[in-house]
Structure formats: C-alpha cells, structure tokens
Design a protein around this ligand. Structure first.
Ligand SMILES: [Zn+2]
Length: 229
C-alpha cells in the first residue's frame, strides 16, 4: 500500500508539475486555445487528486507513516509537496483564465468555454483548500498553547480546553484567555489593535466566544494523537 501511494504521488508529480505545463504551453503557442483550456482543466483536476493523495498520506496511521518516511518522504516533505501541488494547480488555473480573458480573445468575443467554466469551479475548491491549510496552521499553534496551559498532551484534551478559553476580537481574530477562561483584563488585539478581553467576566463590546473558529478547528484537528510542543 505504501509503495502504491508513493508510485501514485510520483506519477501525479510528473503529470502535474512537468508534463502538463509543457503541453499547455505548446497548445497555447500553436493558438490551440481550446486544447490549452482542456489540458489546464485536466491538470488542475490532477493537481486536486495529488492533494487528495497527500492529505491521505498525512493522515496515515503512525506505522504506515514510518514506512513512508523510510521510503524518503518525511511529514515535512509531504507538507511541502502539498504546498507545491496547490501552488502549481492555482498557477495553471490562473494562467488558463488569463489566456481566456486576454490573448486568446475568446472572452472579448463573448465565446463561452466549457473547460474555462470548469476551471472557475475548480478554483473555488483550490481556495477552500488554501484556507483549510491556513486553518490547520492556526489549529496547530492553538493546540500548542492549549497543551501548555491545560497540561494535556492529547488533541482531544486541548480542544476541550480551547472551547472554554477561545475568543475573537471585533474583527474576528482569535485569542486565548488563560486561567479560568473568563475575561479579567483588557488588552489590544495584536492583529488589529481593537480592545479585547474585558473586566469581571464581561467581554468588551464586539468580542465573543470564537465558536466559528472552534468549529473549523474541529474539522482540521487530528482526532487523536499527541500535540507536539
Ligand atoms: Zn483583531
């Protein structure tokens, strides 16, 4: 299974990062715009499939992860590959849309294009994946804080602690209140400078529990396993 996974990753890597950009370039230079769009559509889809494989690899059980690492793919490298695949897919989609609205003259003449419409949809998926990635980073940072404060090294324990201690500033930036979790002092949001916290357990105007952040964290947080400090 481990070898299959690595084979799959390599195959997609060649297709998405090496071959497809070259084919698209050739099609575009020969003014075969429709082919360029169709190839771009396929390349972005392959990129999304690659991202799916990488996500699967990142969530593998520890034993399999060790095997993957032994085959030359550390967790860090998987993260880097994920970022590179995401960047490449986004670059391919952006280039196709630019070609459509620009040099090809198709958009100008009101010509609809199936592949372009598909690429627009795929672009939305890519944006969702990007914000998921950012949310995963925030989650990791918050879990470390929670683990240090709560004294638990499990993700579930940290999540539980966070649910009573995580708030958001008037502009939606998350922050953590320590101790009992009630607001006992005022401060300024390090992101935007708005007043955060409060006095006598009463939050400043515009502040609230960060339920939306918590929900998103729950989606990206590992269900079990320990939090690295
Ligand atoms: Zn703020």
């Amino acid at each position: 299974m481990c070898n299959r996974l690595i084979q799959g990753l390599n195959t997609y890597w060649l297709l998405v990062m090496v071959s497809a950009p070259e084919w698209i370039n050739q099609a575009s230079e020969s003014q075969c715009y429709n082919s360029a769009f169709q190839l771009s559509d396929a390349a972005v889809r392959a990129g999304l499939a690659q991202l799916g494989l990488l996500q699967a690899a990142q969530s593998l059980p520890t034993e399999v992860k060790t095997m993957v690492a032994a085959a030359g793919l550390s967790a860090e490298q998987l993260g880097e590959l994920r970022q590179a695949a995401l960047d490449q897919a986004r670059a391919t989609a952006t280039a196709a849309l630019d070609l459509y609205t620009g040099k090809s003259g198709l958009s100008e003449n009101g010509v609809e294009n199936k592949a372009i419409n598909a690429i627009r949809e795929l672009m939305k998926q890519l944006e969702r994946l990007t914000s998921q990635g950012e949310m995963a980073e925030i989650a990791q940072a918050l879990m470390v804080v929670a683990a240090a404060e709560y004294g638990s090294s499990t993700a579930a324990g940290a999540m539980q602690w966070l649910s009573g201690h995580l708030y958001r500033c008037p502009n939606g930036h998350p922050y953590v209140i320590g101790n009992c979790g009630g607001a006992m002092e005022r401060a300024l949001c390090p992101e935007c400078g708005q007043e955060i916290g409060g006095i006598n357990h009463a939050l400043q105007t515009g502040n609230a529990r960060a339920t939306d952040v918590l929900e998103n964290l729950q989606l990206v947080a590992p269900e079990s396993g320990s939090v690295s400090r």
